[in-house]
Ligand binder design. Structure first.
Ligand SMILES: Nc1ncnc2c1ncn2[C@@H]1O[C@H](COP(=O)(O)OP(=O)(O)O)[C@@H](O)[C@H]1O
Ligand SMILES: N[C@@H](CCOP(=O)(O)O)C(=O)O
Length: 323
């Protein structure tokens, strides 16, 4: 569960007095999530989410994340809109943590997204990229390719423990992605979500209802966001690529923003890189999360299985492009 910091009734009442949201009528910790403490908050004025930022959130990045969501909300892209206090400020402090209230989004995250949801996700990923085209703030992708060898350093024994022979394969992935990047053309860039997993997208039935959790958002290649989504949405039970789901996601994206040939050609490398990124952070969490921690680390092997698929892929059509 992800409620790391408790909020006392007095502190909540004092915090809410800085807003024009009335009094709390319901306030409950939310079990889902990994990074931050989230509370469901209902007041006389409506339903909201209160987030207290925990360990991984760098306070200097928070204004950027708030601005991304404010920009999207202004363009009517469904996402949690940061709520201003009476003074116009959105980021404040509660229980010694940076804190924000955002609007509540209706919908459910799919456990196992279907093909229609994959298509809708692709369409809305492209809409989100377009809505952010004139967003001018920038943030480096701190989990980009330069970080992967750093995260990997000293962890090959852990990889071998998880699966004998894995370490050499990961070394080959690091080499191959570094070489491919050196030859890769400049790709269209912009603001990307960078963690748009099914647990960060909401649907009502098959209808897309919004995106949450922008805390890895950054400036990077737009096609890298597609690669993250193909990894997270189009594999069954962590290993088998579902061609129809991948094809639907790509077709959905292209119905809004067609890929440039350079983006299409580099898709297998981007998918391999995105899988490495999630393999690395999961491997770090696997070893560094204490056994009594509130949150169980996610299995890195889900991503080594995806890497096995990407190693063999030669073109975007292997992912269902143009199918
Ligand atoms: N704006 C929102 N509207 C509705 N539910 C939300 C909203 N933001 C977060 N949640 C709920 O809180 C959970 C955790 O949020 P998330 O941003 O993924 O946390 P973390 O950053 O800690 O991983 C989500 O799975 C969802 O159930
Ligand atoms: N999506 C990442 C972990 C980050 O968790 P989130 O709850 O912030 O999306 C993974 O699956 O490794």
């Amino acid at each position: 569960m992800a409620v790391y910091t408790s909020v006392s009734d007095d502190k909540l009442a004092a915090f809410l007095s800085d807003y024009s949201l009335g009094k709390a009528v319901s306030f409950k910790g939310i079990a889902e999530g990994v990074e931050n403490s989230n509370y469901y908050l209902e007041t006389d004025k409506g339903r909201f989410i209160l987030t207290l930022f925990e360990r991984r959130a760098d306070p200097k990045d928070l204004p950027y994340f708030m601005a991304v969501k404010q920009h999207l909300a202004k363009k009517d892209f469904p996402c949690p809109e940061p709520i201003e206090g009476k003074d116009g400020v959105v980021l404040r402090e509660l229980e010694g943590r940076p804190a924000v209230i955002v609007s509540f989004l209706d919908g459910l995250s799919p456990n196992r997204p279907n093909t229609a949801q994959c298509r809708a996700l692709g369409e809305n990923l492209a809409r989100m990229h377009q809505a952010l085209q004139d967003f001018t703030m920038e943030r480096r992708n701190t989990l980009g390719p330069a970080s992967w060898p750093v995260l990997w350093k000293g962890r090959s024994a852990t990889a071998e423990d998880l699966q004998p022979g894995l370490s050499a394969l990961i070394e080959s992935d690091l080499d191959a992605t570094a070489k491919a990047r050196a030859q890769s053309p400049d790709l269209p860039r912009g603001t990307i979500h960078a963690d748009l997993f099914p647990d960060n997208a909401f649907f009502i039935g098959d209808e897309f209802s919004g995106v949450i959790d922008f805390y890895f958002a950054c400036t990077d290649a737009l096609a890298y966001d597609i690669a993250v989504c193909l990894n997270a949405w189009a594999f069954e039970d962590g290993s088998e690529y579902n061609f129809s789901k991948g094809a639907a996601l790509l077709a959905g994206y292209e119905s809004v923003r067609p890929l440039e040939p350079s983006e299409r050609d580099v898709l297998p490398t981007l998918c391999r890189g995105a899988a490495l990124r999630f393999f690395m952070t999961r491997l770090v969490d696997w070893t560094d999360t204490p056994p009594d921690a509130l949150v169980r680390p996610k299995n890195p092997l889900d991503y080594s299985a995806r890497l096995a698929f990407h190693r063999k892929a030669v073109s975007a059509s292997d992912y269902g492009y143009g199918a």
